[in-house]
Design a protein. Sequence first.
Length: 308
Amino acid sequence: MNDADLALLDLLRRLEDEGYDFTPPTPLTHARVIARPARSAGRTLRDILGWSLPFARDAAPGWLVEALERGGALEPVGDRLKSRLRVSRLHGLLFLHSAFPTDQADAVFLGPDSYRFADFVGRELTGAETGRLLDIGGGAGAGALCAGRAAPGLELWLTDINPKALRLARINAAHAGQTLNLREASGVDGAPEGLQLALANPPYIAGADQTYADGGGMHGGRLSLDWATAALPKLAPGGRLLLYTGAAILDGGRDPLKAALSDLAARHGAAFRYQEIDPDVFGEELETPAYADVERIAAIGCVIQVRG
């Protein structure tokens, strides 16, 4: 890591010492909270690094301003400053990710889906797993690092097309004390063969402007199906794909993504499990033309295990 990365690593260590904690809500909730008059300026660590509020230089600890400046994560907003990064705690670990609003095409997102994803992966792990794990499009590293904490015997790999994500994942892994092998690649490109576990939390919103959100066709389900299709041949005998994503439930209750994933598993002679984790997420998307024939978007967890 370079000096800027080390500055952000020092920031995480200092926040750990300070007992820092923050859980990022959905973007709509975030916007509602910071619109309150009492949230007009940052005064605390959570204001600055959680709620992404602008702050006066003399209102923040000197060590915080210095770390953000050295890390290239500070920008002027009028006569105030703002952090380009947020810090949140997930499964006991601190993660750097992009500041709110995450409207840049290459923003590194971590939010409620990340918590559901990590919980889903945690429920599927026994803690005794060994071998290679790949977090596909892993962003800030939430899936891989939470899995590595739950099952320390795993060899962790992560791919992402976003260099910003890979940088933050590298720093987050160093703070977590874990070795994370990183590849700038799309999907499973550049990943090793013989995976015992493949994790995926792909984007699943149709027509989104941000790379981290756009799931392509099939009402946002195409990327999930593509990643699953590419991951299965990479699995070792008995290996598993753990897929957390969103599924558009069409008029009449039909779930095309479930049907497509079930067919994929059948073609590989693989075991298939599928569950709705949350029956209704991102309901505001139903107001857009892309979801005119959709009843709801469900957060789902899918497990496909190839034959041993």
